[in-house]
Design a protein around this ligand. Structure first.
Ligand SMILES: [Zn+2]
Length: 95
């Protein structure tokens, strides 16, 4: 059984006034490069990698036609979690 992982990483701007979140498809080796870049929103260099599980690619699109039920269920669960930004987006307004 194989997992088809699309190397998508999530980043978040650590500038509290900004809080920009975005995903970037990159390689494991280059995943930290994004952190050295300036935020596209606030232009500050405060991008940090969000430690989240990488998104799972759609196995059907990748040519896999049959999957064990246990795996498709797991996949649905994971996709559900990663759809949109289900990771806490609310920000506490701390002074
Ligand atoms: Zn920012």
């Amino acid at each position: 059984m194989r997992f088809y992982k699309v190397p998508t990483y999530q980043y978040e701007c650590q500038n509290e006034a900004c809080g920009n979140r975005f995903e970037q498809v990159t390689t494991i080796a280059a995943r930290r490069d994004e952190c050295r870049k300036a935020c596209k929103k606030c232009r500050k260099r405060k991008i940090d990698l969000v430690p989240a599980a990488p998104s799972i690619g759609d196995p059907l699109k990748l040519g896999v036609t049959k999957l064990p039920n246990s795996w498709t269920d797991k996949l649905k669960e994971m996709k559900g979690k990663h759809k949109g930004s289900t990771i806490k987006t609310e920000r506490t307004l701390s002074k």
